[in-house]
Design a protein around this ligand. Structure first.
Ligand code: ATP
Length: 350
């Protein structure tokens, strides 16, 4: 169901064509971009299809090529080989366009690009043309209402907190009704509360206004909670992609499991010592698959450390030189030095 704010925003003439089309509207075909001839840095042979209305999270370790891929999709970088298409048409790179970046897309940068001494309202409405002054005013008001910054309308940007400034930057980015919003590490400078609010804002933009969103984030929680498709990059290659729950529970690579969920890996020998029957080289286990029982037996696992995480704890356990991590959903009942029994409820073989 759409919220009253999103009904208002549509009355103000926003996003009037509410499409839920399923054809690919961004596609990358065999795209490679390397920053120098003798270096592998960049991305290689990327094939990717993004549908209208998708919420995509690009995930990978540092230097894996996430920002490079985002810039290729936006047209800030040109591929060395391969091609990027937007709605079936060749996407122009920076040398083919006066102002780089596709006109139907907006990229939200870390440096919010705001006029610090102008008011919030002025920063937002200045993105629109003066042809229809009343319409411009209505749109700016509706957008501020949608992003819950209407109470800040007459404040100058210098008087705002970082989180508020980010929301103004978001309003500026979307008031021109881009079809695609691209964000590079949008949550990195926000505290936990603001992060949650900003995640919710992006979700509403995607759900209620149908904007296709592509984010790069080093925090897997962003992708797991927001995206309908996650793209996993490793050394510039797209190694797998899919729905967050599928990638989490059945990753094709140990790399993905470690990236998305603090998984730990045991050699087949160590796994067999723990009673896990495997014919493969390695076994990967998420801490929530390790269940605990109190034990007074000397054969139990020693609790080497307890990491308090708020509503749960991670316990570092050890027996016969094998270390495992267990998630304990009831903090406070175990302590360092104690012994526990372990039951592995699930594992993945690689
Ligand atoms: N302008 C550039 N010139 C030369 N090398 C670059 C340039 N931009 C990025 N690289 C290199 O390309 C590789 C991929 O960089 P990219 O910024 O795309 O990775 P990333 O996954 O976004 O990294 P991070 O998470 O650390 O931001 C890295 O090895 C990086 O050093």
């Amino acid at each position: 169901m759409k919220s009253p704010a999103s009904a208002e925003i549509q009355q103000a003439g926003f996003f009037s064509i509410f499409e839920t089309m399923s054809q690919p509207f961004i596609s990358l075909e065999n795209v490679s971009k390397h920053y120098s001839e003798d270096s592998a840095a960049g991305v290689s042979t990327i094939d990717l299809v993004i549908k209208k209305g998708d919420f995509i999270a690009i995930v990978g370790e540092s230097g894996s090529g996430k920002s490079t891929l985002l810039k290729l999709i936006y047209g800030l970088l040109a591929p060395d080989s391969g091609e990027v298409f937007f709605k079936g048409e060749h996407l122009n790179g920076p040398h083919e366009k006066l102002i780089p970046g596709h006109d139907s897309m907006k990229m939200l940068n870390q440096d919010f690009n705001l006029n610090l001494f102008a008011k919030v309202y002025e920063n937002i409405e200045s993105m629109l043309s003066n042809e229809d002054v009343e319409g411009k005013k209505q749109k700016a008001l509706a957008m501020m209402g949608f992003l819950r910054i209407d109470h800040l309308a007459n404040k100058k940007i210098v008087e705002l907190s970082g989180g508020e400034q980010q929301r103004v930057a978001l309003a500026r980015a979307i008031i021109t009704e881009p079809e695609v919003l691209l964000l590079d590490e949008p949550f990195s400078q926000l505290d936990a509360v603001l992060k949650t609010q900003f995640r919710a804002d992006l979700k509403r933009l995607n759900d209620e206004l149908g904007i296709t969103i592509i984010i790069v984030s080093h925090d897997p929680v962003d992708g797991l909670t927001l995206a309908n498709q996650m793209i996993i990059l490793k050394d510039g290659k797209l190694i797998e992609s899919g729905k967050p729950d599928q990638l989490y529970s059945k990753p094709a690579y140990i790399y993905t499991g470690k990236l998305l969920g603090n998984a730990f890996v045991l050699s087949s020998e160590a796994a067999r010592k723990m009673g896990i029957k495997t014919k493969k080289e390695s076994v990967m286990i998420y801490p929530e698959w390790v269940q605990l029982k109190s034990s007074w037996s000397s054969k139990g696992y020693l609790i080497k450390d307890v990491f308090f995480r708020g509503f749960y704890e991670d316990l570092l356990l050890e027996r016969d030189g094998i270390e495992v991590i267990a998630m304990n959903p009831k903090p406070g009942i175990y302590s360092k030095g104690q012994k526990v029994q372990v039951v592995i409820s699930n594992f993945l073989e690689f």
